[in-house]
Design a protein around this ligand. Structure first.
Ligand code: FES
Length: 184
């Protein structure tokens, strides 16, 4: 190949590679199918009081720690406006508890109550509050039971089983597999 041809083809190859990378990245971030959070399989665990019924408002979140043999699992309880898969509904009160360990690479996810304010940071506009991971800006939807809806994570956040007794809500176990701590 002549030097003049090389000067022409090299930038074309670089540009082609860039657009191919951009296409794959956009597909992975936004359109790649991700498994839903269906009916969970529970593993029995310790009974931990998380909140009193009626104490939390809709779209409020409460972090808590759930004891496991290898340490404490960071978890989050949310009160939702409607039932979510794997959550607990008591009349008009709907709850979901999820692990805060991101199923991508294990960072701690945070509750993002104002999706509009976070849309620039995440480069992702969502119609309702979500759970966001600060490491690579993955997002999970609590109304879909913690399903991954944006970014690198593929799997949903594992859920914790909720049970009510008297006026108290307890976490009494967790979903298996407990990604990424157990299986992938
Ligand atoms: S560790 Fe959460 S998005 Fe990568």
């Amino acid at each position: 190949m002549k030097r003049r041809d090389l000067l022409f083809y090299a930038p074309v190859a670089v540009a082609g590679g860039f657009f191919a990378w951009l296409g794959v990245r956009t597909y992975n971030l936004r359109f790649r199918p991700r498994p839903g959070a269906g009916r969970p399989t529970w593993k029995e665990g310790p009974k931990v009081a998380v909140t009193r019924l009626g104490e939390m408002g809709v779209w409020q979140a409460k972090p808590f720690l759930y004891p496991l043999p290898l340490g404490e699992l960071k978890a989050l309880l949310l009160r939702l406006p409607e039932p979510a898969p794997g959550g607990l509904s008591l009349g008009e009160e709907h709850y979901l508890a999820v692990s805060r360990i991101c199923t991508h690479q294990g960072c701690t996810v945070n509750y993002v109550p104002d999706p509009e304010a976070a849309s620039i940071l995440y480069n992702f506009r969502y119609e309702r509050p979500f759970l966001g991971c600060p490491c690579h800006f993955g997002a999970f939807d609590p109304l879909l039971g913690g399903k991954a809806v944006y970014g690198p994570p593929r799997y949903p956040l594992p859920r914790l089983r909720l049970e009510a007794e008297g006026d108290t809500l307890y976490a009494t176990g967790h979903e298996v597999p407990l990604r990424p701590m157990e299986g992938s």
